[in-house]
Every structure is written in structure tokens, then in C-alpha cells.
Ligand binder design. Structure first.
Ligand code: SF4
Length: 102
């Protein structure tokens, strides 16, 4: 439940990014390994490196590309995510707020 609460809070914080869409996505910096928000959410640029002990809900095959929050174009190597306003996440990345696309 904590994760769910955090997720909802993050959506609120990232709302402006949602409104901005993915205009100029290519100009946005990638989320860095040391990014505090990334660390809080367990973000990794390579889903294979997700902390499976800390985040047991991680399942093989999950990554940003198949996440409902990923705003990159199909086939793009990276794209915006509302949880990381002003930055891009890797298409092959993952974080604990992962939500499978419908
Ligand atoms: S898994 Fe989803 S919520 Fe997490 S960084 Fe990737 S696109 Fe964003």
C-alpha cells in the first residue's frame, strides 16, 4: 500500500509533465543513476538490474516500454515519464511504479 500511496503522490507531482506531453523529448536529460527520485522508486536504466529483493513484484519482461506511464514513441530507446518531470527514462528501464499497459 505504501507504494500505491507514493505512486499517487508522484502522479500529482508529475502532472505538469503529463500536460506538457513529449514535446522536445529528445532534448531532455536521462534520469541519472544518482537521481534521488530514481533511487526512491528503485529506477534502473536496465530492467534486468532491478532490485528483485527490495521489489519482489518485479517480473521478467517488465520495462518502461510496456508501462502505462511511458510517453516515448514506439520503438524509441527512451522517453518521458510523468514521475520524472523534465527527464527521460530508458525504454529498457524499470521502476517500482511500473503499471502494465492495458
Ligand atoms: S516503469 Fe513506468 S513509471 Fe517507472 S520509470 Fe518506467 S515508465 Fe516511468
Amino acid at each position: 500500500m505504501t507504494n500505491r500511496r507514493e505512486f499517487i503522490a508522484q502522479i500529482g507531482l508529475g502532472g505538469s509533465a503529463l500536460l506538457a506531453g513529449n514535446v522536445m523529448a529528445a532534448d531532455l536529460p536521462m534520469v541519472a543513476d544518482a537521481d534521488p527520485q530514481g533511487k526512491a522508486l528503485g529506477y534502473v536504466a536496465d530492467a534486468a538490474k532491478a532490485d528483485k529483493v527490495k521489489f519482489p513484484k518485479f517480473a521478467a519482461g517488465q520495462n518502461c516500454t510496456s508501462c502505462a506511464l511511458f510517453q516515448g514513441k514506439a520503438g524509441a530507446a527512451s522517453g518521458p515519464c510523468p514521475l520524472f518531470a523534465g527527464k527521460q527514462v530508458a525504454a529498457k528501464g524499470w521502476c517500482s511504479a511500473y503499471a502494465k499497459k492495458a
